[in-house]
Design a protein around this ligand. Structure first.
Ligand code: DUC
Ligand code: ZN
Ligand code: ZN
Length: 486
């Protein structure tokens, strides 16, 4: 018997902390050896001159999901995870999205059916809670125990948002079940007021979308959310941070010991509000929320990633085709408010970040691995199985050619979006061979995996979701005249 099913030979292996010239031995879908001159496997992959990195972990992507306005995005589990695989990503966390009146357990069961049928890579779910009535709250402990260790809520969007008291209810339920709470945090009142005022005055073009989500709406919502998080002592993950002020609010909270985590996305690192300023409706391709901001914000986000204020970069993949099934679904000549929000990114996240962080030397390969795989897996309790190259971990690996240059284009896209918001950007560094649990799933620009071969990854909330144990005075029976509020 061959000692290994697969050996990745002669490459440079990088983890979040180390870079080493070694072979990777894989057996039974797991990494079982790291060493020099490993014996031959049933199959060998020659990785000379290549970087051998953990497969990407994309912890925020909308797949086969109805928006708050009732529109299905353009990808299925098959097409979205196909795109992810071509981009070097081997694990995703999309959403099981509840809408008003829906039973949360049924919602989660329905998304399992879709993913089991279509997913080509491994997956978990965040449960979106849009209707936190009693039965929803009561369902949370069972669902977390069944492996759904994170919840997502919105502070804006008419049909999805939670009021402050509802948000507190969800934070408390999460605390009692050990789940992480991820939040789309923008001030709904500011946005609604700005949208109405802009549209009344005839400022309807896509670029005014960026104006309507005033940057102050982000800092305000972060501040309020963090106050709630402190009151309950429930850790939160703030999704898609877009502004310098937002990073600053998180930095200060973390500085005083609040357990708040922050994520940003490529669209905030590579686009600005000016990207939306295109003739006609073209700017609609870049209508996502929060919107792209300024070059100064991009720099603040990069600094936040470098110094640990922000811990991960996800895609927030939420693609809508540029036709009547997507961006023009609600009107042939939409005002900015009628344009569905979202941009595709599952396939582009890693090449864009590799180019900027590794090829352009903004950071280094360890930081790239940390921010796109290792810490993403840790934050959502997928480690040590996912997110690193280590003995015992799943053999989820992307072999990168650090020299290959590719100009991103619409045609390269393997999802169903039909266009690529990043088209025209040339990146250096490309994931050539992608391996999931020891099986080669992408090779020579060909897909090798079958729909349904991805597996569900049950997980609790894990370490990142654990309370600090420091109670707010009003929640602490020792300091609130004995009131038991937990
Ligand atoms: N904004 C969201 O809140 N979700 C999906 C995509 C987007 O742009
Ligand atoms: Zn969001
Ligand atoms: Zn999102």
């Amino acid at each position: 018997m061959q000692p290994f099913d697969l050996v990745i030979r002669g490459g440079t292996v990088a983890t979040a902390s180390d870079v080493m010239a070694c072979d990777v031995g894989i057996r039974g879908g797991r990494i079982v050896a790291l060493g020099e001159g490993l014996e031959g496997g049933a199959r060998d992959i020659d990785a000379k001159g290549k970087l051998v990195l953990p497969g990407g972990v994309d912890t925020h992507c909308h797949i086969e999901q109805l928006s708050g306005f009732g529109l299905m995005n353009s990808d299925t589990f098959e097409s979205a995870t196909r795109a992810a695989a071509f981009g070097g990503t081997t694990t995703v966390i999309p959403f099981a999205a509840q809408h008003g009146g829906m039973d949360l357990k049924t919602v989660v069961a329905d998304y399992h059916v879709l993913a089991e049928k279509g997913a080509l890579i491994d997956y978990a779910f965040h449960m979106i809670i849009a209707d936190p009535h009693e039965a929803t709250i009561a369902a949370i402990p069972d669902l977390v125990a069944a492996g759904h260790g994170s919840i997502k809520v919105f502070m804006t969007y008419d049909k999805m948002r939670l009021h402050d008291e509802q948000l507190l209810d969800v934070l408390m339920a999460a605390r009692q079940s050990g789940a992480m709470v991820c939040v789309h945090a923008e001030n709904h009142g500011i946005i609604t007021w700005m949208v109405n005022r802009l549209i009344e005055r005839g400022y309807t073009a896509p670029k005014y979308h960026a104006v309507s989500h005033a940057r102050l709406s982000e800092a305000e919502a972060f501040t309020r959310l963090i106050a709630f998080s402190e009151l309950i002592d429930q850790p939160v993950m703030i999704f898609h941070v877009s502004t310098a002020e937002g990073v600053e609010v998180i930095r200060q909270a973390r500085g005083r010991g609040v357990k708040v985590w922050g994520e940003t996305c490529p669209q905030y690192l590579f686009f600005t509000a000016d990207t939306l300023d295109k003739p006609g409706f073209d700017g609609g391709k870049w209508c996502f929320s929060p919107p792209a901001r300024s070059v100064a914000d991009q720099e603040a986000l990069w600094h936040g990633l470098a110094n640990g204020d922000l811990q991960t970069v996800s895609s927030d993949h939420a693609p809508y085709r540029f036709d009547e099934t997507g961006k023009f679904f609600f009107s042939k000549e939409p005002n900015f408010k009628q344009i569905p929000n979202g941009v595709g990114g599952l396939q582009w996240r890693l090449p864009l970040l590799f180019n900027e962080m590794v090829s352009n030397r903004r950071m280094d390969v360890n930081a790239f691995v940390r921010l796109t795989a290792t810490d993403a897996a840790k934050l959502y309790n997928l480690a040590p199985r996912k997110g690193s190259i280590a003995i015992g971990a799943d053999a989820d690996i992307a072999v990168w050619d650090p020299e290959r240059q590719v100009t991103l284009s619409d045609d390269l896209g393997r999802d169903e979006t039909g266009y690529n918001a990043y088209a025209g950007i040339t990146v250096k560094g490309w994931p050539e061979t992608v391996i999931l649990r020891g099986d080669v799933i992408v090779e020579n620009d060909h897909l090798k995996a079958k729909p349904g071969s991805g597996r569900f990854l049950p997980r609790g909330g894990g370490q990142a979701a654990k309370p600090t144990g420091r109670l707010a005075p009003e929640m602490d029976p020792a300091r609130n005249f004995g009131a038991e509020l937990y």
